[in-house]
Design a protein around this ligand. Structure first.
Ligand SMILES: NC(=O)c1ccc[n+]([C@@H]2O[C@H](COP(=O)([O-])OP(=O)(O)OC[C@H]3O[C@@H](n4cnc5c(N)ncnc54)[C@H](O)[C@@H]3O)[C@@H](O)[C@H]2O)c1
Length: 309
């Protein structure tokens, strides 16, 4: 029997993650959503891609949780996305209820699963899912950094004319406008970014990355889904295939980076057991200060949660 990945929320982001993971063909994928017909329809459509792209049609769609039983990894994308003018934090009350109820139902069916959160405001929703599930911190974390880093890498590749595959970068902190692209850890083909690009151009790329989600919301009228779905799939790969990739994820910190009791984006090693290690980088004073500012912004949103996080 193949292993199982569940994706909650068969909307734009959830279906994109399902598409990418189905095409990998190492696990069955269950899509669940409250909208009747939507997960079933998307699953049917995705299955019919199998003969063309060459993967087994093992995707199911449901409005309940029975079929999710025994999942190894559950990706939660349920909730409202942003509309123009809205910050991620504006979604807090609505999505808190959704993520709380989804977590309860997931845990009842898959008590040993690993939960990957995408629903926004991401850092706060990780607190909700951890508290409702009662899972250890190694098994509840969020996707933001892979996406934010991919945005930064894209801008750097365009600026330098290098292949995006040779751009190494890292974005830390909360998944908000205060996120921290770590320029000191950014290289192109091993050469530090600061040696290749003028400071003002770097500052412009840092700014565009931090506001990258908003730029897409303005263009699309809702939040992005292709890169977010792919980012979630990359995290799921690292867990399901025990790859031990070091990826920036939203992890629960207990003293790392001088931050305690808060979900924040940091590099972690991801394997079959979830988070295996939080990697601590040496940051410049400016970067450390920016990380603390980002932590303050996350604390403010977490403070709004009904349970206080
Ligand atoms: N962390 C990230 O990097 C990132 C990136 C993109 C989107 N997001 C967030 O992910 C969420 C989904 O975004 P989207 O663009 O896919 O939105 P979408 O509207 O396309 O899809 C959301 C889906 O969730 C479903 N849903 C709502 N309540 C539910 C419930 N209780 N149980 C099951 N399903 C439920 C809806 O029916 C809908 O189909 C939003 O909160 C968005 O802000 C996060």
């Amino acid at each position: 029997m193949r292993r199982k990945i569940t994706i909650v929320g068969a909307g734009a982001t959830g279906a994109t993650a399902a598409h990418i993971l189905a095409a990998r063909d190492y696990a069955d994928v269950v899509l669940t959503d409250i909208k009747e017909g939507l997960p079933q329809g998307k699953a049917l459509d995705l299955n019919q891609m199998g003969p063309i792209l060459g993967f087994e049609p093992q995707i199911s769609g449901t409005n309940s949780y029975e079929e999710t039983a025994g999942s190894d990894v559950v990706v939660i994308t349920a909730g409202l996305p942003r509309s123009p003018g809205m910050s991620r934090d504006d979604l807090v009350t609505t999505n808190e209820k959704i993520v709380g109820s989804v977590t309860e139902q997931i845990v009842a069916q898959s008590p040993d699963c690993i939960i990957v959160i995408l629903s926004n405001p991401l850092d706060a929703m990780c607190h909700v899912s951890k508290s409702v599930s009662g899972f250890p911190k190694e098994r509840v974390f969020g996707q933001a950094g892979v996406l934010d880093t991919a945005r930064f890498r894209t801008f750097i590749a365009w600026e330098t004319g290098a292949s995006v595959r040779d751009v190494q970068a890292l974005v830390l902190g909360g998944h908000g406008d205060q996120m921290v692209p770590v320029v000191s850890a950014t290289t192109v083909g091993g050469v530090p970014l600061r040696k290749l690009v003028a400071d003002d151009r770097i500052a412009a790329m840092v700014e565009r990355t931090a506001k990258g989600g908003g730029e897409l919301v303005e263009l699309l009228g809702t939040s992005a889904w292709y890169a977010p779905g792919a980012a979630a799939a990359q995290m799921v790969d690292s867990i399901m295939l025990d790859e031990h990739r070091v990826l920036p994820c939203t992890a629960y910190l207990e003293g790392e980076y001088g931050i305690d009791g808060l979900y924040m984006g940091v590099p972690v090693k991801l394997g079959a057991k979830g988070i295996e290690e939080i990697v601590e980088l040496e940051l410049t004073d400016d970067e450390r200060q920016a990380l603390n500012t980002s932590a303050d912004a996350v604390r403010e949103v977490v403070g709004v949660l009904g349970s206080g996080g």
